[in-house]
Design a protein around this ligand. Structure first.
Ligand code: CP
Length: 329
């Protein structure tokens, strides 16, 4: 794919060499993310960050990534703060805001809305999550994390064994991650969810068409015995028709240190896109895992900064100038 000037709306257009190139650039962002070096390569550029659903990680890390490259951020959070609350269409909003920004990141509760917005935008648009559909940059940072975690164990992404656990029906991060894994070889995927929250059949088929082995299960302990990664997810309660319905599933698959010790292979990596469930009694990853060195959830969030910096540099076509606009701190 061509990064420069492109929208990043889904995993679909990515080929394996694109992902590998992106990860190479992400590695090069580390001194800037750690502020050992400062670059002003995006001096004068403006990011329009439009978040019509709650977000901590995606919103702040995109903003920080742009700032670390020298650019400025203009934010809109929540429909009530935007003219969309007065009935303005996505088309008009896109036409207007793309006149004020060099690039836009958008999160919206409706599937397909970010693509609709992008079709009217005059600048590149990055999908920060559209309903239950996709969250492509989360999948990219997840895979970047998997690559780094497994490199320390002498393994690569090919032949990965991964269990995805939780709300696989509404969880957009696992949808995008499965699509991304289709670019690699000989993956074993165990999909652990309640029957009602299974991974959409089209995505399971996509994994199988890529030659991957897919097992579906409703049992946590037996599913995490022979995997490299346990990727846990929250019940997406905002997608259910009622709180009571979501509560039927909350706390169904809870990993804690004693289950981990008894059932997982040594050094199995634990991941989660976050946030974890706010109720301690329903938390997918118990707080007693916080001292487990294989808990990678905060390395994931740190890696998000690197991957998002790399994406900005590629889409705005300044990769070759990052170092020449830089100084040591
Ligand atoms: N992982 C993720 O999308 O987190 P936020 O909802 O906080 O952005």
């Amino acid at each position: 794919m061509q990064f420069a000037g492109s929208h990043i709306l889904s995993i679909g257009p990515f080929e394996r060499p694109d992902v590998e190139y992106l990860f190479t650039i992400a590695d090069r962002m580390e001194p800037y993310a750690q502020r050992r070096r400062v670059t002003r390569v995006l001096d004068g550029a403006i990011l329009g960050a439009m978040f019509f659903e709650p977000s901590t990680r995606t919103r702040v890390s995109f903003g920080s990534a742009f700032n670390l490259l020298g650019g400025e951020v203009r934010e809109t959070t929540g429909f009530e703060q935007s003219a969309i609350a007065k009935g303005e269409s996505l088309y008009d909003t896109a036409r207007v805001l793309s006149g004020y920004s060099d690039i836009i990141v958008m999160r919206h509760p409706q599937e397909g809305s970010v693509a609709e917005f992008a079709a009217a935008s005059r600048v590149p648009v990055i999908n920060g999550g559209d309903g239950t559909n996709e969250h492509p940059t989360q999948a990219l940072l997840d895979l970047y994390t998997i690559k780094k975690e497994l490199a320390g164990r002498g393994r690569g992404i090919d032949k990965l064994r991964i269990a995805m656990v939780g709300d696989l029906r509404f969880g957009r991060t696992v949808h995008s991650l499965c699509k991304l894994l289709c670019l690699f070889e000989s993956i074993q995927v165990v999909l652990v969810s309640p029957e009602e929250l299974r991974m959409p059949a089209a995505i399971v088929e996509q994994l199988r068409d890529a030659g991957h082995q897919v097992l579906e299960s409703e049992a946590l302990e037996s599913s995490i015995k022979h995997v490299d990664i346990v990727y846990s997810t929250r019940i997406q309660e905002e997608r259910f028709s009622s709180q009571q319905e979501a509560d039927l599933y909350r706390g169904r698959f809870r990993l804690n240190q004693s289950i981990y010790t008894e059932h997982c292979e040594p050094n199995t990596v634990i991941m989660h896109p976050l946030p974890r469930d706010s109720r301690v009694s329903a938390r997918e990853l118990d707080d007693d895992l916080n001292d487990n060195p294989n808990l990678a959830i905060f390395r994931q969030t740190d890696n998000g900064l690197l991957v998002r910096m790399a994406l900005f540099a590629l889409v705005l076509d300044v990769v070759g100038q990052v170092d020449s606009h830089a100084r040591d701190v």
